[in-house]
Each structure stands twice: as C-alpha cells, then as structure tokens.
Write a protein that binds this ligand. Structure first.
Ligand code: AMP
Length: 284
C-alpha cells in the first residue's frame, strides 16, 4: 500500500522538493492536470512511475485557458478525492496551488503559442492555447522535471506543447501517452461527469465516428469528404446537433487532408447538451 502523496500548495515548496530530488540524482516526472482525476490521468502517473524516481502531479484549474462563457466556474474541483486516487497510483507529490500563487497580482506576460495552435481548437476557443502554453511553461519552470507526460486525448495540445518546448529550449522531454477509454470506447474526460445517462449514450457517437473513419480507410476509402460524411451521419443520428469541427488532418501540422494517402489524424469536437467533448484517433 502506497502512502498518500505529499500535497504542496506553495510554488517555493515544490521547487525545493524538485531541487532536492535532482541533487540526489533522482529522475523527476511531471504530470500536469486540472484534477477530477480518472483512469486517463492515472495512466500518465503510471508512465511516470515506470520512467522516473519521483512523480509530481499538478492539479490546477487554469483560469487563463477558459474563454468567457466556458465552464471555468463549474469545472469539478475534487482535491481530496484526487489525492486518495493518487496514493495507490504511487505519485510522490501533488502540487495544487491557489490561483493567486500562479497568477500573482500584476501578472501580464503570456506565451504566444506556435502556428499549430491556430487551427481547430484555436479557432473555436480563441486564447485557449495562450493560456495552456503560459501555464505549462510556468509549471515547467516551477517543476524542472526530466520528463513531462501528456495524453493523446488532447492531441492538438500535445503538438502545441511539444512545439513550444522545442522552440523555447525547454530542457524537459515531452512524452505523449495513449488515450484511455471506457469499455465502450468513450474517451475518459473529467467533463464526462457533466453527462446525464442519455447524454452519455449520445457521447459514444464521437468515438464511434472516429472508429468508423479508421474502418473506412482500412477498407480502402481514401477520399476525406466521403469519410467525413459518414462521421457526420453517426453524430447526427445519435442526436448530436452542435459539431464544432470534424477533421482528417496531417498528424503534425493539423492541415486538412483531402486524400488519405498518408497516415492522418481524425479529430472531433462536439457538444452533447451543454458539454463540449473532444476526441481523436490515428488513421494509418
Ligand atoms: P486535464 O486534466 O483534462 O487537463 O488533462 C490532464 C492531462 O491528462 C492531459 O495531458 C490530458 O491529455 C491527459 N488526459 C486526459 N484525458 C485522458 C485520457 N482519457 N487518456 C489519456 N490521457 C488523458
């Protein structure tokens, strides 16, 4: 039985813990999250435990990545339950700062996100990746880990962070880990907690549409427009009315592909009731 992770709220405290770990030549893994932890997050902790000596999970609902009218206020905040889940997972430290410890009075400096942030989520959620890159770079400074672990679930975010780390010479390896799904295929997400049981059934159409894209390509269909039509049909038939985007794109640049001669990434963002969900799947 693992003991509970040590919870720290002060930036200086966690910085010091990392400094000591590194002085002792221990490899440090970082798993940044917004909390409301589920098996997807815990899989990142597992990867960190396998590769590093010390694992730090950060829990911070970052205000600067939410737009006006988004769910910043409602986002589930479950620190005690999260710490309980992290004990068996074997995390060593939880860094759960207060908002004003990260954005101190007078804060006005932001990261300008890379090119790949402009498409898809960047179009739907202006300012989102500016908030993400800013908070992640701040976390990278406070917790100068050896490896930082992110999920493929947020595919575009993983590209944005990789690019930012390379462009700004961040000496931390970025590892992208597979999406963890419910048994029926729904990608795990803290926002799934918002869904009613009917909406939970509807939400399944998102992963079904992505798997349909993969199956059609495997059966020889290469035309993106035909595949996108089939994906749309699945979403609409399930009752999903508001689709922010569906894309078959280059896995690195996220530019749309018309013909799937090379591997692509299929991405969907759609609203199920009031809940906005995203998911993606590689199409080889
Ligand atoms: P979040 O708390 O939603 O900001 O996510 C924190 C980290 O967990 C990000 O790197 C996400 O990509 C990752 N993550 C979220 N959901 C999943 C999932 N279902 N499978 C794998 N990683 C995930």
């Amino acid at each position: 039985m693992q003991s509970k992770p040590q919870v720290m709220t002060e930036p200086a405290e966690i910085f010091d813990a990392v400094r000591q770990a590194k002085a002792a030549r221990r490899r440090v893994g970082l798993v940044p999250t917004m909390g409301a932890l589920h098996a997807g997050h815990l899989s990142l902790v597992e990867k960190s435990r396998a590769a590093c000596d010390v694992t730090i999970v950060t829990i911070f609902v970052n205000p600067t990545q939410f737009g006006p009218g988004e769910d910043y206020g409602e986002y589930p905040r479950t620190l005690n339950a999260d710490a309980e889940k992290l004990a068996p997972a074997g995390a060593d430290y939880v860094f759960a700062p207060r908002g004003d410890a990260i954005y101190r009075p007078g804060h006005s400096t932001y990261v300008e996100p890379p090119q790949v942030a402009r498409l898809l989520e960047g179009q739907q959620r202006p300012g989102h990746f500016r908030g993400v890159t800013t908070v992640v770079l701040k976390l990278f400074h406070l917790i100068p880990a050896d490896i930082a672990f992110f999920g493929q679930k947020d595919y575009q975010q993983s590209l944005v962070i990789r690019r930012m780390a390379a462009d700004l010479d961040v000496p931390i390896e970025i590892r992208i880990c597979p999406t963890i799904r419910e048994a029926d295929g729904l990608a795990m997400s803290s926002r799934n907690a918002y869904l009613s049981s009917d909406q939970r059934r509807q939400a399944l159409a998102i992963s079904e549409a992505l798997h349909k894209a993969r199956a059609l390509r495997a059966a020889g269909e290469k035309q993106a427009s035909s595949i996108l039509d089939a994906m749309r049909t699945i979403l609409v038939q399930s009752g999903i009315e508001e689709i922010d985007y569906m894309a078959l794109a280059d896995p690195q640049t996220l530019e749309n592909r018309d013909q799937l001669d090379e591997p692509a990434i299929a991405l969907i963002a759609a609203h199920v009731g009031q809940t906005r969900l995203i998911d993606n799947l590689r199409i080889e």
